[in-house]
Ligand binder design. Structure first.
Ligand code: ADP
Ligand code: ZN
Length: 721
């Protein structure tokens, strides 16, 4: 090969050709460095015939600079990259960049210096030094990372190095991970579990594409079932990828994994330190990382010998990425399994309608676990009609729910209150003039956070301290909180049950794996009586003493007219209900609602899952919504309102006439202003068989926009704001 076509990480440039110098060996998948103008760039060698590029004459080609010391990306992964780019209308470069997500890993084997406490004391113990030393107990990392952990400047830590308080340690960046052992602690599965796992295990043995929907009620042992398939994959020296929706969940999973296999798995998520990231990446590419547990981005890691993929809590919305490459990790996981020729397991107690439909039509094999493990019963579910049994004035919890919590507290059991709203109150206004606090960058109200004394925008992160006076009328002390968030509910619980120990669990309070681990440990040790949380508490956790779940406002998710509102409400409430009564004591769930007869609420109360799914499936079929039809969105944005509108109108005016595709809009997006950008949306509703991506590409390709305009495409959108 003396000519190489590269995918480079610059979406605007597209593939480029280079000359392969004498003596250099490259093949498709090789990761190389090439000159671009005065710079050096990283690229991936691709099969030339699969990519268009401008035909530069041989004599004019510049030579590649070097080949990076990592294994070439396998053909299976290259096909996945192509498929993802094509399906989601994203630049190949943007998808390829997700694969090489660790710059450090590309530089090859290395050692580096980390630092840890030596046990010595500094000559002068300033409060800052003391605090740093306390914070660094048990830590070992680079100076930069330690500075982040301790919250001090690198200068302070260098001072401690000079005084011998921190000592250098030379570490091999690629030191191997301890081996997981398939037979470390083998569980005895009950008959339904072993029946389900048998199917997956034999698919792992056969090593062929086989998608499974592991559909089991909460607490039925889905995790135990798929861990047996992981064991089989380990025995066969194949790698396994387990995708989890939330890092908060990984902590509990890691411990469980360690109990089963003797060592924790390799972890991959966005908050890894750069050294952990490069170590994981290289071990994955070398085939040495046996089991990788990660967030959705782990899907694009360069596994050497993948044997199994598991997507746990597969219905979770957070598998859908809504910026950059807008992909759905659940769906890409199935495609990866297909290209790799391996089984994939989608596990859920509340599968997405899309997944159930795939099972129904025979594409996925459905494995069912109908009962909770070990005789634990599913909780009883009842609704509280807030119009008939209202809470006391200025309160949010109805008397029956309060009584239930009092009983649990008296018996030493735990209660959980679920409200999917962070902060204290979703809206703050002036009592005097009615002024409402709005985000300057977004069309959204600022949410009051009392714990951190802030008014915050949940869309862009804008924050401001609550002012002493109304910015509009100048009246002092006139701000009132409207509506409840979890912090306000926690305050109410503290008033009603002063002796209760309360934990507020949201992404504000549980924002690191350590905090998640600490919360789980305290809950398990019985050091928490009442948990008040957002969707973060709906899944994964297993607290045997938790016997009461209260859903503070079941109607919340049904507002807004989102296509999946009913399904999401069903999933959230069913999942949070699934936290109750997982041990030997029976669980009870109380759902507060103003619409007890709404079909989704009634189905939840009756425990009639099939009724809900049937009704919802029919509604989707009728509306031509997924999985029976397809949606796609085009989002146009600019910092300039007129520019955004003009661009959206131009797209609208040039709309193609295609059978099977209805095009709606443009219209201002519900979030008409987001992070300082004005937004317009067009929505496509297509027959399943329509080639939506082709239609969109052909439509947009000839259009040119002002430089400030961004046009993004969202295939199979989840968010309609
Ligand atoms: P799910 O993932 O379906 O919600 P889990 O796998 O978390 O269910 O199982 C619920 C609980 O029951 C966990 O504590 C788990 O350890 C336990 N469990 C399930 N199956 C078994 C088994 N076969 N042997 C021992 N414990 C089990
Ligand atoms: Zn904002």
């Amino acid at each position: 090969m003396n000519r190489a076509r590269l995918v480079i990480f610059n979406a605007a440039l597209g593939p480029l050709d280079y000359r392969v110098p004498e003596g250099m060996h490259v093949e498709p998948g090789s990761v190389v460095v090439a000159p671009l103008g005065p710079r050096q760039i990283v690229g991936i060698v691709w099969e030339a015939e699969r990519l268009p590029a401008s035909e530069v004459p041989e004599a004019k080609l510049r030579p590649l600079a070097s080949v990076l010391p990592v294994p070439p990306l396998k053909a299976e992964l290259r096909r996945l990259i192509e498929w993802t780019a094509d399906y989601y209308c994203a630049p190949l470069a943007a998808v390829a960049r997700m694969v090489l997500a660790s710059g450090g890993a590309l530089r090859g084997p290395a050692t580096m210096t980390e630092y840890r406490l030596s046990g010595g004391a500094p000559e002068r113990l300033t409060p800052q030094r003391l605090a740093a030393i306390e914070a660094l107990e048990g830590e070992q990392a680079t100076i930069r990372e330690l500075a982040g952990i301790a919250g001090v400047s690198e200068g302070v830590l260098r001072g401690l190095v000079n005084q011998g308080v921190l000592e250098p340690v030379l570490v091999d960046c690629d030191r191997p991970y301890p081996s997981a052992r398939a037979d470390f602690s083998v569980p005895v599965l009950n008959s339904a579990q072993s029946e389900a796992s048998k199917h997956i295990i034999s698919a792992v043995e056969e090593g062929q594409f086989a998608p499974f929907l592991l559909d089991g009620v909460t607490g039925s042992g889905k995790t135990e079932v798929y861990l047996e398939a992981v064991a089989k994959s380990l025995e066969m020296d194949r790698q396994t990828l387990v995708l989890l929706p939330e890092i908060a969940l990984t902590e509990a999973f890691l411990r469980r994994f360690e109990d089963r296999f003797g060592t924790p798995p390799v972890v991959w998520h966005s908050s890894l330190k750069s050294t952990e990231r490069r170590r994981a990446w290289r071990a994955i590419a070398a085939g040495e990382a046996q089991v990788v547990v990660g967030a959705r981005s782990a899907l694009f890691l360069p596994f050497a010998a993948l044997g199994l993929i598991v997507v746990d809590e597969a219905h979770e919305v957070s598998f859908k990425q809504d910026d950059g490459v807008r992909y759905n990790a659940r769906d890409v996981a199935v495609m990866r399994a297909r290209f790799e020729g391996i089984p994939v397991v989608l596990a859920s107690a509340t599968p997405a309608i899309e997944s159930l439909q795939m099972a129904e039509s025979g594409v996925y094999e459905r494995l069912v676990l109908d009962d909770r493990y070990g005789g634990a019963r599913l909780p009883t579910i009842d609704t509280i009609d807030l119009t008939a049994e209202p809470p006391a004035r200025g309160r949010w919890l109805a008397p029956r729910l309060v009584a239930g919590m009092e009983e649990r507290l008296a018996r030493g059991e735990q209660s959980l209150l679920f409200l999917n709203r962070r902060g204290y109150a979703p809206l703050t206004l002036c009592r005097n003039c009615g002024f409402r606090f709005q985000c300057p960058n977004c069309s959204a109200w600022l949410v009051e956070h009392r714990l951190s004394r802030r008014l915050a925008c949940h869309h862009c992160g804008h924050e401001t301290p609550p002012p002493p006076a109304c910015p509009e009328c100048g009246e002092l002390d006139c701000l009132v909180a409207c509506g409840p968030g979890v912090e306000r509910i926690a305050d109410e619980v503290a008033e009603i049950l002063p002796e209760a120990r309360i934990a507020v669990v949201t992404s504000d309070t549980i924002n690191t794996p350590e905090k998640a681990a600490d919360f789980v440990a305290r809950a398990e040790a019985g050091a928490i009586d009442v948990i008040v949380g957002t969707q973060l508490v709906t899944k994964g956790f297993h607290f045997p003493e938790l016997t009461l779940v209260g859903v503070v406002d079941a109607d919340l998710g049904l507002e807004g007219g989102d296509l999946r509102a009913a399904e999401r409400t069903y999933q959230q409430v069913a999942q949070v209900a699934g936290r109750a009564g997982r041990g030997s004591k029976p669980g009870e769930v109380l759902i507060q609602t103003r619409h007890p007869t709404a079909s989704v609420i009634a189905a939840l109360a009756a425990g009639d899952r099939d009724a809900f799914y049937e009704a919802e499936t029919e509604a989707r079929r009728h509306a031509g919504a997924p999985p029976f039809g397809r949606w796609a969105a085009i989002i146009v944005s600019s910092e300039d309102e007129a520019e955004a509108r003009e661009a959206a109108n131009r797209i609208g005016d040039s709309r193609p006439r295609v059978d099977d595709v209805a095009i709606l809009g443009p219209a201002p997006a519900p979030l008409a202003l987001l992070r300082g950008r004005y937004r317009y949306r067009l929505l496509l509703n297509a027959r399943r068989t329509a080639q939506v991506q082709h239609v969109i590409r052909d439509w947009l390709a000839p259009l040119r926009f002002a430089p400030g305009v961004r046009v993004s495409i969202d295939i199979d959108p989840y968010s309609f704001v």
